[in-house]
Design a protein around this ligand. Structure first.
Ligand code: SAM
Length: 448
């Protein structure tokens, strides 16, 4: 079947839409694959072109700059086309440079005019002849890391202040690598061994997680298309997120509130760990999000999840105080721990977002915590790497809530390889620790 727009034209369209509208890359990619009837064999290349160019945008701009006399006057699609092509020349060995340049010139002819295609050709050929500017000579280490790893300056500076330059550099470099698909086996339906052999029979290359006993890594294929997935044998989830149900200590049937639950990755894990017994109340803001939790629970054949669409901050108006054994607040956050999956985050967030989010996170803790029983456990988590949204939120909550204490037994409940990263009652996973998402967990206990 011939595609309506070829792979590189589609990649250019997607990148332009992201630049102009800040739309989500994964949704745009899926739409383009359908609309342009991109053949299955080219989907991998299209994904790599879009994510790779987006991930390296600042580095590519830095390399292009000396060759563009007046980039401000240049139409934005031309700059994006140059970045897309330079990405292939520098980072994709399997595409010969002349083929990438030829395609770029053809696209420029089709979308623009002869002048533009001549300019695209001239810029790319000059880069080939003269080579790339050296980043080692950038004196300021913050600026150098920012350009080399394509992270905004303010973020590199912020992380360097919080975690030191060395950890920041490691994190930024790891953020450029493609994530591995991981999944959590539904232990109420199957075992890890059985699921691995069923997936292998379907043609997948999978192996055990080195961190989570019920986790697996997929080395080939997309698990979402498997029969095992449809039958509810697993949930696609990052390994860091799998730690939350361990932190909650839900080995027996209990009453659990998951206050920010959609699409239900952690709710379903909790429900599985309780052996499809007890009760999980999964709350999220809107009905369309809550529907995703129900769909997931149904697919996994879990009957112990109840859902509610409402603002968790108002739950205390409709539920009894002191009524849950466990509460999870997996709060809305800046998502700085998941940049490998969502490179758009790098260019759309700013420091004001963290200030705004901190207020929301604190308010959620304030309003939801009275629902916890005395002696109960509250877990606060985010998929971000930022002290303002993590340690500061929890410290501020503890200051004004004497009835809560730090639960220093957190480490003992977590899988062994993670334990050494726990500090007292908190865990900040950095992407470079295990190659999983950056993630924060704090464990708090309500005094009896
Ligand atoms: C990090 S995501 C949750 C992911 C989920 N726990 C999982 O593992 O699948 C945060 C969620 O909080 C929800 N949310 C934000 N503000 C909320 C509020 N005031 N009440 C309830 N849910 C809220 C968002 O809609 C979003 O789905």
């Amino acid at each position: 079947m011939t595609s309506k727009k070829n792979v590189r034209e589609s990649a250019l369209d997607i990148l332009e839409t992201i630049n102009n509208n800040q739309a989500y890359s994964n949704l745009l990619l899926n739409n383009a694959i359908k609309k342009n009837e991109i053949p299955a064999k080219d989907v991998g290349l299209l994904t790599e072109l879009v994510y790779g160019t987006l991930q390296r945008k600042m580095t590519l701009s830095y390399y292009l700059q000396p060759f563009l006399k007046n980039s401000k006057k240049m139409q934005s699609w031309v700059v994006t086309l140059l970045q897309l092509t330079l990405y292939q020349i520098i980072y994709l060995d399997r595409i010969p440079d002349h083929a990438a340049i030829h395609e770029a010139v053809e696209i420029a002819k089709k979308r623009g005019h002869k002048g533009i295609s001549g300019l695209v050709n001239a810029v790319l050929r000059s880069i080939q002849r003269q080579g790339l500017a050296k980043t080692e000579f950038i004196e300021d280490p913050i600026e150098r890391i920012a350009i080399e790893t394509s992270h905004p300056n303010w973020l590199v500076k912020r992380w360097a202040e919080q975690f030191g330059l060395e950890e920041t550099q490691k994190m930024c470099e790891l953020n450029l690598t493609p994530p591995t698909q991981t999944a959590r086996i539904n232990t109420t339906k199957t075992t890890v061994e059985e699921c691995i052999s069923l997936l292998e029979a379907e043609g997948y290359n999978v192996k055990n997680s080195e961190i989570i006993p019920e986790g697996i890594h997929c080395l080939k294929g997309n698990l979402a298309n498997s029969r095992c997935f449809k039958e509810g044998f697993f949930t696609i989830q990052d390994e860091s997120s799998m730690l939350v149900a361990y932190a909650l200590n839900v080995k027996e049937p209990l009453s659990v509130l998951d206050a920010c639950a959609a699409p239900g990755g952690k709710s379903t894990h909790i429900a599985e760990k309780m052996g499809n017994k007890g009760n999980v109340l999964s709350v999220d803001l809107h009905e369309h999000k809550v529907k995703l939790i129900r769909q997931n629970a149904e697919r996994l054949h879990l009957d112990n999840i109840e859902t509610k669409a409402m603002d968790a901050k108002k739950l205390a108006d409709v539920l009894e105080a002191n009524s849950f054994d466990r509460i999870l607040i997996d709060a809305p956050c800046s998502g700085l721990g998941v940049m490998r999956r969502k490179p758009d985050i790098k260019y759309t967030k700013d420091e004001k977002d963290m200030d705004r989010l901190q207020m929301i996170q604190l308010k959620l803790l304030e309003e939801v915590s009275p629902l916890l029983k005395k002696g109960g456990l509250l877990i606060y988590s985010t998929c971000t790497v930022d002290r303002k949204e993590n340690e500061e939120v929890v410290a501020s909550f503890l200051e004004t809530h004497q009835e809560f204490t730090k639960d220093t037994t957190l480490a003992s409940r977590l899988p062994e390889s993670v334990q050494s990263f726990v500090e007292d009652y908190q865990l900040q996973i950095m992407p470079q620790h295990f190659g999983s998402d950056g993630f924060y967990i704090a464990a708090l206990k309500k005094e009896v």
